[in-house]
Design a protein around this ligand. Structure first.
Ligand SMILES: [Zn+2]
Length: 450
């Protein structure tokens, strides 16, 4: 009887040691890294070390407000003469939306984070990036950037969503589906910034579901990348080609941090989305998504990974090395795959309070896989081979005694187990309801009882 995390790297390592077939398929199929790829990988590794040294101590957790962010970032920016903060708009609830500028170079780069209020990793990486530029302006890399780049960052584009840690803004609109209508002040300012600055490069910074797999592999995606299309045919013009090169740089830069757990985001065209719009409007744009990493529910490792991706990418733009990137390093990435289930309770016998007992697996999802407060049964029956699970509870030979108050009582003839019921059961050694207990699932992750 054990619980194992089947999709995350610790077990991946273990199964590789057992010589099972879990080598990242892109390594098997793709040509080896080019010289440029090796340089970008090294840049990503170095940026990780830089992050260890200079990251800001604030925003340790995923959930924070506009006041938390600017409480940390305002003194950093305002204390540095070479960083310039400007209020460019107000959110629906009148929170200021700021840009922060660095450098006066010919290549303009626009980065925006948290247009989805509950996707905060990019904001934290921008805090760290601006903290570094404020602290170490004489670093040769920072000096080069100041000469060659004009960086315009918009940390937390959707502060009202962030306040509630919700995706949408206060009008109920998904700002990333507002690129055509521009019904939201948050969408309008992003469009205005693009029109005014005509940035050559764009960074669209998001987080994705912690359940997304790398293709059909038994691995969760830690990072997904996309050079968004600008038409339904997914054509490649020079603007998108440059975005693909930038995505290739970022793929190599994150390899040292999350190797094998990198995928390509769905590339179907969405004319309402800003990434697709930016590409159409002439800004070479990359979408960066943080997914999940083992023992990293507050996404601290992913914050560092994100920082490494940004630093390596900005440096590749500043040095011109991005032009030498091999787009195959991006195009060979497996696409985001089907969602994993959070918990697979495998091999047990279910015992209902009225005495029915039958052999069945359970699939359970949490309300938030990174911060589970509630757990629901999402499938029952023979589930062998039907999905990948983030965790597996091996109940082979054991009995799952379901609690009556978790079941549906709609039928007066007896309780029914329904998909959607809360996951409330005790795993026991025998059918006898007072037999020794092994595990308990009470609307949350399994607790071991012996
Ligand atoms: Zn998003």
């Amino acid at each position: 009887m054990r619980i194992s995390s089947t999709l995350l790297p610790a077990v991946l390592t273990a199964c590789c040691l057992l010589a099972l077939s879990c080598a990242p398929p892109e390594h098997a199929a793709a040509p080896g890294p080019t010289a440029g790829g090796e340089a970008f990988r090294e840049a990503g590794a170095r940026a990780g070390e830089l992050h260890d040294r200079i990251r800001h101590e604030a925003l340790e957790e995923r959930i924070f407000t506009h006041a938390d962010l600017w409480g940390a970032l305002e003194p950093v920016v305002d204390g540095a003469t070479h960083l310039e903060r400007e209020e460019v708009a107000r959110s629906v609830h009148d929170r200021p939306i700021y840009t922060v500028r660095y450098g006066t170079g010919p290549a303009t780069v626009l980065l925006w984070s948290q247009m989805h209020g509950d996707e905060s990793t990019g904001t934290r990486a921008l805090l760290d990036l601006l903290h570094w530029l404020a602290q170490e302006p004489d670093d040769p890399q920072a000096v080069l950037w100041a000469e060659r780049l004009t960086i315009v960052a918009v940390p937390m584009l959707n502060p009202d969503g962030a306040e509630r840690f919700e995706r949408r803004n206060a009008l109920g609109i998904d700002v990333n589906r507002d690129a055509r209508t521009l019904a939201t002040p948050e969408g309008r300012i992003l469009r205005e910034l693009q029109r005014e600055l005509q940035p050559a490069w764009g960074f669209n910074l998001h987080d994705q579901s912690a359940r997304i797999r790398v293709g059909r592999e038994d691995r969760i995606a830690a990072v997904s990348l996309l050079a968004p299309p600008y038409d339904h045919d997914r054509s490649v013009n020079p603007v998108r080609l440059r975005a693909m090169k930038l995505a290739a740089v970022m793929r190599d830069a994150v390899e040292p941090h999350v190797g094998g757990h990198i995928s390509q985001y769905d590339d179907s065209y969405n004319p309402r989305a800003f990434g697709d719009g930016m590409q159409r409007w002439g800004t070479s744009t990359v979408l960066l998504e943080a997914g999940a990493w083992r023992d990293d529910d507050e996404k601290r490792h992913l914050r560092k990974t994100y920082f490494a991706a940004l630093v390596a990418a900005l440096d590749a733009i500043a040095t011109g090395r991005v032009e030498h990137a091999d787009t195959a390093r991006y195009r060979d990435l497996p696409f985001n795959g089907p969602l994993a289930r959070d918990l697979w309770v495998r091999g047990g016998t279910i015992v209902l309070p009225d005495g029915h007992s039958y052999r069945a697996d359970l699939a359970v999802n949490y309300d938030d896989p990174l911060r589970p407060a509630e757990a629901s049964i999402v499938d029952v029956g023979d589930l062998e081979g039907m999905f990948a699970a983030r965790d597996t509870l091996d109940a082979d030979g054991a009995y799952l005694h379901l609690e009556r108050d978790g079941l549906s009582e709609d039928d007066p003839a007896g309780p029914s187990l329904e998909v959607g019921n809360p996951a409330r059961f005790t795993v026991r050694q025998a059918r006898d309801p007072v037999s020794p207990t092994l595990w308990r699932v009470m609307n949350g992750p399994p607790e071991r009882l012996r």
